[in-house]
Design a protein around this ligand. Structure first.
Ligand code: IMP
Ligand code: MG
Length: 369
């Protein structure tokens, strides 16, 4: 994920895919043109990369030139009118190919046809690397199209967002981070949190981030953050919140395609909850809800003792240990319950019943967010 100005973008089309699309276009165009010497015309600024890579692949002699879209104020209106300028060459009798980076609404193309109306060219063909069929509102023929894309804003490979991004060799697509669904999932030991997280991530295309798993992954793979965390753990000290937040940040960035995240095992303190809010805010996003599965203590004790008989987990075998884990859970949750209640983001869900029943209850909370 990258950030340009205030917006986030996720990887969309690789340099290799662009290269292959260009190669196909070059092939097709070279075949159609034969031995004539075409004039390729790029439209600045966006098309500089397409044109450069295109003509390098073009197998025969050709001419290259550019025209530029410039804003100018209409005499009678304050409306911003775009005009193409810079067409100074005599193109009489020539085969002209317009090389565009992207065709969106087709307004630019309208200008192209307007300025060529009085040019006595032999033929005028339109080639574009990217094309958004859903946005296109004209009926000028597009002779050569590299890649059709959905009607979402892209940057990179010559295309910019308010001046930035033209230099990036791949194409990124805008990401709507504001409408992500980010949950903090809580549940006492034995409440079935793992089972429900599995289901929710499927249903809502969320990524489950279990802090314990993230720590283990980073330490096992000896990432810089993992080694840093380990240095604290080895000393018997708590890992500073900032280290954990940096790891979570890396997980969030790795999963640019997710519709949101389920945070599990984090936050545990007020300070951590604030740090998580800051992290989401830096992504132009937010935590939408803390959902806590509520299960009566006696039911939990019974469930865990039952599980201990078959799982062999030592912490499930002893009733006093179980009761203490439940108590620790409530001590921690109480703080966070207050924190998220103050933001109207706390939702308790009855965790007793069949897996399906509980799933339905969780979904009805999420669907209303
Ligand atoms: P048109 O709507 O076909 O006239 O496209 C106009 C211009 O808008 C293009 O030449 C680009 O400069 C710009 N544009 C359209 N869609 C995008 C996009 O997704 N990213 C960046 N620029 C775009
Ligand atoms: Mg353009």
């Amino acid at each position: 994920m990258i950030k340009l100005h205030d917006k986030f973008f996720k990887p969309f089309i690789s340099a290799k895919e662009i290269d292959e699309a260009l190669a196909r276009m070059v092939n097709e165009i070279a075949n159609d043109i034969g031995d004539e010497i075409p004039v390729f015309i790029g439209i600045l600024n966006g098309s500089f990369m397409v044109v450069s890579d295109f003509v390098k692949k073009y197998p025969k002699p050709c001419e290259v030139t550019f025209i530029k879209l410039a804003s100018y104020e209409g005499v009678k209106s304050t409306e911003d009118i775009q005009r193409l300028i810079g067409l100074t060459q005599d193109l009489t009798g020539r085969t002209v190919i317009i090389l565009e980076d992207i065709i969106d609404t087709g307004n630019t193309l309208n200008e192209v046809h307007r300025i060529f109306k009085n040019e006595k060219v032999k033929s005028l063909k339109i080639a574009t690397l990217f094309y958004k069929p859903e946005a296109y509102k004209k009926d000028f023929k597009l002779h050569y199209v590299g890649i059709e894309i959905p009607n979402k804003f892209i940057v990179g490979y010559g295309l910019d967002y308010d001046g930035l991004g033209r230099d990036i060799p791949e194409v990124y697509q805008i990401k709507d981070t504001q409408h992500m669904t980010n949950l903090v999932l809580f549940g006492p030991p034995g409440a079935g949190k793992g089972t429900q997280a599995e289901f929710l991530k499927e249903k809502y295309n969320l990524v489950h981030i279990s802090t314990g798993d993230v720590f283990r992954f980073n330490m096992k793979n000896e990432t810089a953050l993992g080694m840093l965390a380990k240095s604290y753990i080895d000393k018997g000290a708590l890992v500073p919140d900032q280290v954990t937040i940096d790891m979570l940040n890396a997980e969030v960035e790795k999963n640019a395609d997710a519709n949101g995240f389920i945070f599990d095992g984090f936050p545990r303190t007020n300070a951590q909850a604030e740090a998580l809010d800051k992290l989401m805010d830096s992504k132009d996003s937010q935590i939408n809800a803390m959902i806590a599965l509520e299960v009566d203590d006696e039911v939990l004790v019974k469930r865990l003792l039952e599980r201990g008989k078959t799982s062999g987990r030592k912490d499930d075998a002893n009733e006093a240990v179980i009761r203490n884990r439940i108590k620790v859970y409530y001590d921690e949750t109480a703080i966070l319950k207050d924190y998220y209640t103050a933001q109207k983001k706390y939702f308790g869900v009855d965790g007793i019943g069949s897996i399906e029943d509980i799933t339905v209850r969780l979904s009805s909370v999420i669907d209303k967010l």
